[in-house]
Design a protein around this ligand. Structure first.
Ligand code: UDP
Ligand code: MG
Length: 310
């Protein structure tokens, strides 16, 4: 058994073979500069390209690499967890494989840790290089999540951060399956700080977060930290019932005054509104139930197909 490294770098990746060799080179340069012992854990999240072969190739040059290959694509958040669970370092640094999290910032993260912080988060300074749509939707999303949920989540935060062992042990006690890491981290407490960095463009390939994955991720963020949507449904239902009562009263009075008209429009409108509210409520309840169901099954969060080490 080798000694405990000072830094474990964790890199979840999905189809990133083009980025890996250069990323590894830059990481090693930064870590050597820092003069710290390290391990680099590449978590291959079921890539369809030759990412894992590339990792094995790198392992031949650098014995501080650990390659984990998940049995299928489980998603970024789960891949992160797999990496963290297999890390042994005094500190853990998690980052993306596409250079959007510049390796050069690792030094700043480590310095903050040396100052005594348990968790060092990062904030992306939004340069024009991040796509307009991504910036706008991300901003809107964080507004919404902070409005709805009980934990505060920094806008423009990402899963690029350092944690010390104490924080990692705490983090590993979360057993939920729909994981929204930055929310969990915020909820944890400990001594946290933020380092800013300038986001660069993806080095190679395109974003692995499809619109569908983004929406799922967004829903996880809201439903795992807030039950307010459930309550909103209740309020809307309540208001509608009161209004409906008045409307019914009015209709009855009109009936006895003999002023009834065919009234197709009003019937249609009320049926549509009530139907709409019901569908909406059911949808929200469904989202939560889906998550309860997911947790209740108690399934393993991921499987590892292959491990590559020296
Ligand atoms: N990723 C992953 N599994 C997935 C999707 C993404 O491990 O199912 C990795 C990806 O390879 C990258 C990181 O998660 O290292 C962030 O993904 P990406 O850069 O595609 O997201 P974006 O920067 O566009 O938000
Ligand atoms: Mg990216």
């Amino acid at each position: 058994m080798h000694n405990i490294p000072q830094i474990s770098v964790i890199i979840p990746l999905y189809n990133e073979e083009q980025n890996l060799p250069l990323l590894h080179k830059e990481l090693v340069a930064v870590l050597k500069d820092l003069n710290k012992s390290y391990e680099i854990i590449f978590v291959d999240d079921g890539s369809r390209d030759n990412s894992f072969e590339t990792i094995k190739g790198l392992l031949r040059e650098d014995e501080n690499i650990v390659g984990l290959s998940l049995s299928r694509n489980f998603g970024h958040q789960v891949a992160l967890l797999a990496g963290i669970e297999h890390s042994s370092g005094e500190t853990v640094i998690m980052m993306d494989a596409d250079f959007q999290h510049p390796p050069g910032i690792i030094e700043d993260l480590y310095n903050k840790y040396s100052e005594g912080y348990d968790i060092v988060n990062t904030r992306r300074i939004d340069s024009k290089k991040t796509g307009f749509l991504k910036r706008a939707t991300s901003k809107l999303y964080y507004k919404l999540i902070n409005l709805l949920s009980d934990v505060k989540i920094e806008p423009a935060s990402s899963d690029f951060r350092l944690m010390n062992r104490k924080a990692v042990e705490a983090f590993l006690r979360f057993r939920e399956k729909n994981r929204f890491t930055r929310g969990l981290i915020s909820w944890m407490g400990f001594r946290q700080t933020i380092v800013e960095y300038d986001a660069s463009e993806r080095f190679s390939g395109k974003s692995k977060y499809t619109v569908r994955k983004m929406l799922g991720f967004g829903m996880d963020g809201i439903t795992s930290f807030s039950s307010k949507p459930l309550r909103v449904t209740y309020y809307i239902g309540f208001v509608i019932v009161i209004l409906g009562l008045f409307y019914a009263l009015y209709a009855i009075v009109q009936h006895f005054r003999g002023a009834t008209v065919p009234g197709w429009t009003s019937i249609l409108v009320s049926v549509l509104i009530i139907g709409g509210v019901q569908l909406l409520s059911l949808g929200i309840i469904g989202e939560y139930i889906a998550r309860i169901y997911n947790e209740a099954k108690g399934r393993p969060v991921y499987f590892i197909r292959e491990t590559a080490t020296k």
